[in-house]
Each structure stands twice: as structure tokens, then as C-alpha cells.
Unconditional design. Structure first.
Length: 566
């Protein structure tokens, strides 16, 4: 660094429109809050507990004047002789020494994590959008297409080796019209929103891109997914198209090849009910939000029934056009169709609430023949409660009662937070296998805290996509905050992200009282659970609704001895 860091101006935490090449933000993640502060191109950022600092954090483990960020072309970090130290990864900084800090490298002070993010925009890629913006556009397009009955498609492009990404990216931008939205998924991979394109048109664009990029002398793969054939939500579509470029289809919600993840008490009770219902002949209606794992539960019903060795035939109701309904259900002149294919097995009607009225009538006629010409069990899923749909005349009452032998409801992921950590491990393991990666990274505590605080509107499917992308971005052995879509995840915390000038210290949520009460309450809950389970850590973890490894981490964090079984 040229010059002395003390020469830099103090008013640093603000948006600097003159900064070239990108924008840096300082992310502050504490227990129960998240704040984001734009950084100017150069200056000093003082951080500590005192309100005299530019970033004041009410945390008893942080010194009044804890550290300084020196911001210039590079960023450096100086611990001001703090009581409890400053940690970069597992390395504690020497007091009063200045250390270079790389973008995305987490800094821990007390119970708070700091991270500087830098998003560079290459002049040659001025039409390239951030992936957060891209996902928001796809979500908006899903809602618009559902209202208007229109279609659109996504593409996923991958180049090998990734070192040729710059050449491929410039060519890709030149080959696509201005209407299309292009975003970098990870280095060497991109996704494209094709507004108004159907399945055939998307395939044609994919083929054209393959030809247009063929002379770049790198391996290029292009895959497509279309609304509503391949999904009706942003999470379903971006996950499906990313999986296809890997060479397969992604039609599961949470790793059903290994069986469902069942850690939450409510989920354990639900799957106990599945065990009792599965052997019966009852038709089953499975309710739950999109991406929550309804299909996984439906397949478990089939697997645990007496029909497990017979076919399981799935119909995507949202993608079933009325004109083809008869052909799909009953087949053509030569027979066939879904009903015949499911003979003796299970017919899975995915999102049955989205069937067109005329298709509902045809399906009811088919089910009336059950027991005469058909022998099958029907499991229907729906992301909406069908009783109001019946009352509003949008769903046939007689069909509803035919499907509703018993109703099972899958809770959304935000109501089963104890499953987030094991699901992350499952999805990282799957993604590592798909990318032929030998070592599976773990999730850092700060990243896990961010994931646990997010409400997951896209449920398990959204978490899977976040983990798949995080693994591709991570070149080490631990998933850090920098590998997550932190702008999207951080918006769920109590303190909204800040844009513009740094707010006064009073706007940063106080942590002391909340933290002390939380720690005391959780510590006592753990002690009580262990006492009730006579020191059995596995049973205590089940009682608390957490994984055993999480309980062990809490024991260490709160200084509790690991008891022996009594």
C-alpha cells in the first residue's frame, strides 16, 4: 500500500458513484441481525462497541475501539489491541499489525462476523446481470406467465475449461438479443431467461448457441428448461436447468435416492403416519408449499405400500394442456396412457389443483372405473388447500372427495429449522458427486447462521439450489458467507440492509439483552433435556428437535460437559 493508512478520509461507508470497476460492501452478521454498508473507493472504517465508530456494534465481546478497515485498491485490516482479538478464518491477528484482507474472507470479532464483498462488472459484459437479479426476474416471470397463460424458458451454458470463460461470455452476449436476460451462475457457467420462448424455441436457441460457440475451442454444453413443462417456480426451473447441464434431470426435492431427511419432530410424526397409511388402499391428498417435499412423501407412500414393485406413474398437472389430457390419461388408438401405465401401482397427480376444469371431469370418469378396469392407488399433491377451491367452484367437489381418502400436510422448511444443517450436508454431498469432487466441504458456522435465519420461500428445492451453487463457487474445504447469495438471505434478518450513508449507531439492533436471554434459555433447555434422557445425547437431541452433532456443538459452546449415560 502506498502512503499511510491514517491519511485516508474517515467518511468511508457510503456509496461512491465514481468508484470504477465494481462496488464493495461491508456485511455485518450478528446474532439476530444483518446489515450491509456500501464502501467508498478509499478511506478508513472504524469498528467497535463505541458509538464513536463508523460501524458501532453492541456486543460485549467487542472492544470499544476494536479494529480498522483500511480501504484503497486493496483492503487491509488492523486490530487496535482489542481484548478478545480479531480472527481471520482460524488465524488470530497480531495487535497493531496491518494484514491484507481478501474479498469474501470472513472476519470474526466476538459473536459477530464481518465480510467484505466485491462485485466487479467487466466492461465487455455490461449486459450481464447479477444472479440475485436474475432469480428475481425469473420469479416475476413465473407469476406473470401463470396469470396470462404465456410461456418462457431458461438456458444453462457451461464451458470447460473455465479459464476460457471470458471469451465464451463475450461471444454469448453478442449472440443473444437484447430482450434476453443473461447472468453468471458461477465462473464458467451462465443462465439465460428467454422471454416468450416455448420448449421448441428454447431448444432451437440452445442449438444455435452450440453452433455459435463451437469455434471457441472449448467444451460448451447448453441445456434448456421451459415454463410450465419443467416447473412453475423460479427455484424449480433454475434447479432443473442446472441439473440438465450436468447430464440429467432434476425431478426430486431433497435427495430421495437416499431417502428423506427426517429430523424435525413434526416430520417424524408425519412419517410415522405415512407408515400406517401406506399399506392401505386409501387415496391420499398431500398438501404443502411448493418445494417442501410433497413428492418425496408421495414416493415414500408408494415405496412402503404393497405396490412398491409395481409402477409409479407421475402426471405434471400444471403442464397438462386440456387438448392432450385424454391422450395423456387414456392413450391413443393403440391404448397406453398414464392410467394403464400405473396399473397395479400408484398414480401420482402432481399439483392436482392446477388441472383445467375439463381435465378434472375426464379424470373423475377415469377414477369411476377404478375397481372395474383399473387397479391403482391415487396420490395427489397440491400447494393450495383444495377446500376453498371447491367452495369457489374452481375444483370439482366430487373429484375432491374421491382424492381425499386422507390428507397429509408437509410443513414448510422454515418450520423445521433442525433439518437445514443435515439437508445442507446431503445436498453438498450430492453436488460433490455430480461434479466428481473428492472432498465434500462443510458449512462454516457464520454461513449456517445465515442459512438458518432465512425463511426459505422456495423451501427444500431453494436450499438445494443454493448449496449446489455454493459448492461450485467454493474452492476450499468450507462453505463461507461469500459463497451464498447474501443479499437475498440477509434481507430476512431483523435489521434490513442499508443503502446510502451509514446509519447512526442506534439503528443497529442491540444484541446484549437478546443474546443473554437466548443463551440462558437454550443452555437450560439442553440441561433439562439431558436430565430427562438420563444423559443420552442422541435421545436428548431428538427431544430438542436438533441433530446430535448440533447438540454436541452447543455443549462445547456453552461449556457443558458431555454426560455419560446413566
Amino acid at each position: 500500500m502506498s502512503g499511510s493508512p491514517e491519511d485516508a478520509p474517515e467518511a468511508t461507508v457510503r456509496r461512491d458513484s465514481r468508484a470504477a470497476g465494481g462496488r464493495r460492501t461491508l456485511q455485518v452478521l450478528g446474532q439476530g441481525f444483518h446489515a450491509s454498508y456500501p464502501l467508498a473507493s478509499e478511506g478508513r472504517v472504524t469498528i467497535g462497541r463505541s458509538s464513536e465508530n463508523l460501524v458501532a456494534i453492541d456486543d460485549l465481546e467487542i472492544s470499544r475501539h476494536h479494529l480498522v478497515l483500511h480501504v484503497r485498491e486493496t483492503i487491509s485490516l488492523e486490530d487496535l489491541g482489542s481484548s478478545n482479538g480479531t480472527w481471520v478464518g482460524d488465524r488470530q491477528l497480531e495487535p497493531r499489525s496491518i494484514t491484507t484482507l481478501h474479498a469474501g474472507e470472513p472476519v470474526r470479532i466476538g459473536s459477530t462476523t464481518l465480510i467484505v464483498l466485491e462485485r466487479a462488472v467487466e466492461p465487455s459484459s455490461r449486459r450481464l446481470w447479477s444472479y440475485d437479479y436474475f432469480e428475481a426476474r425469473v420469479d416475476e416471470e413465473c407469476r406473470r406467465a401463470a396469470r396470462s397463460g404465456t410461456v418462457f424458458a431458461l438456458l444453462h451454458i457451461r464451458c470447460q475449461p473455465p479459464t476460457a470463460a471470458g471469451v465464451v461470455e463475450r461471444r454469448l452476449v453478442a449472440l443473444l438479443p437484447d430482450l434476453d436476460v443473461v447472468a453468471r451462475y458461477v465462473p464458467g457457467e451462465w443462465q439465460v431467461l428467454l422471454v416468450g420462448a416455448d420448449e421448441a424455441q428454447a431448444a432451437a436457441v440452445a442449438a444455435r448457441l452450440g453452433v455459435g460457440l463451437s469455434d471457441v475451442r472449448v467444451g460448451v454444453r447448453v441445456a434448456a428448461a421451459a415454463f410450465p413443462i419443467d416447473g412453475t417456480t423460479a427455484d424449480a426451473l433454475v434447479t432443473a436447468v442446472a441439473a440438465r447441464v450436468d447430464g440429467g434431470d432434476d425431478d426430486d426435492d431433497d435427495g430421495r435416492a437416499q431417502g428423506p431427511v427426517v429430523e424435525d419432530p413434526a416430520m417424524r410424526e408425519l412419517y410415522r403416519l405415512v407408515e400406517r397409511v401406506a399399506p392401505s388402499r386409501l387415496n391420499v391428498l398431500v398438501l404443502g408449499e411448493t418445494g417442501s417435499g410433497k413428492d418425496v412423501l408421495a414416493e415414500e407412500l408408494h415405496r412402503r405400500s404393497g405396490r412398491a414393485d409395481r409402477p409409479l406413474r407421475r402426471i405434471e398437472c400444471a403442464a397438462l394442456p386440456p387438448a392432450r389430457a385424454h391422450e395423456v390419461l387414456f392413450g391413443g388408438d393403440d391404448g397406453g396412457g398414464a392410467l394403464a401405465a400405473a396399473q397395479g401401482g400408484t398414480l401420482l397427480l402432481d399439483e392436482v389443483g392446477q388441472l383445467a376444469p375439463e381435465v378434472q371431469a375426464r379424470l373423475l370418469v377415469a377414477l369411476d372405473e377404478q375397481g372395474v378396469a383399473l387397479d391403482l392407488r391415487v396420490v395427489a399433491t397440491s400447494n393450495r388447500d383444495l377446500e376453498p377451491e371447491v367452495a369457489a367452484g374452481r375444483f370439482r367437489e366430487d373429484l375432491y372427495f374421491r382424492l381425499d381418502g386422507i390428507t397429509l400436510t408437509v410443513p414448510p422448511l422454515r418450520r423445521r429449522p433442525s433439518e437445514i444443517e443435515p439437508l445442507c450436508e446431503r445436498f453438498l454431498q450430492e453436488a460433490a458427486q455430480g461434479s466428481a469432487r473428492a472432498e465434500v466441504p462443510t458449512v462454516a458456522d457464520a454461513a449456517l447462521a445465515m442459512l438458518s435465519g432465512y425463511p426459505w420461500p422456495g423451501n427444500v428445492r431453494e436450499l438445494r439450489n443454493v448449496m449446489r451453487r455454493a459448492l461450485l463457487l467454493c474452492d476450499g474445504d468450507e462453505i463461507q458467507l461469500a459463497h451464498l447469495p447474501i443479499d437475498k438471505l440477509g434481507a430476512a434478518f431483523a435489521a434490513p440492509s442499508q443503502e446510502g450513508s451509514l446509519p447512526p449507531a442506534a439503528t443497529v439492533p442491540p444484541l446484549r439483552e437478546v443474546k443473554e436471554k437466548y443463551v440462558q434459555a437454550e443452555r437450560q433447555r439442553i440441561i433439562d433435556a439431558l436430565e430427562r434422557c438420563h444423559g443420552n445425547q442422541t435421545e436428548a437431541a431428538k427431544l430438542l428437535g436438533v441433530a446430535r452433532r448440533t447438540l454436541i456443538k452447543r455443549l462445547d459452546a456453552y461449556g457443558l460437559p458431555r454426560p455419560r449415560k446413566k
